[in-house]
Ligand binder design. Structure first.
Ligand code: FES
Length: 90
């Protein structure tokens, strides 16, 4: 499984940033590069440490941590990706 995919845009509500996530970059890496402090551990979609609240947008969930109903309002940042533009509450 590739960790990478199509580029997308993320708006961060708490920190008020708009960040472009490149195709060769994870959302977690893009957030860290933008200076947003993030907790993470496995970077493989398993532990749930990097989960953030999802406010809007369509997400390609690639983790093995969240339950289907949790995927409506949360996403892992280490492996999952937005489609187009998404908003998260960090
Ligand atoms: Fe473990 Fe993202 S760091 S699920």
């Amino acid at each position: 499984m590739s960790l990478f995919g199509e580029p997308f845009t993320v708006k961060t509500l708490k920190s008020g940033k708009t960040i472009e996530v490149a195709e060769g970059q994870t959302l977690l890496q893009a957030l860290l590069d933008a200076g947003i402090p993030m907790d993470y551990s496995c970077e493989g979609g398993v532990c749930g440490t990097c989960v953030v609240p999802l406010v809007s947008g369509e997400v390609e969930h690639m983790d093995e941590f969240l339950m289907d109903d949790e995927r409506e309002t949360q996403m892992t940042t280490c492996v999952s990706r937005g489609i187009g533009t998404i908003e998260i509450d960090v």
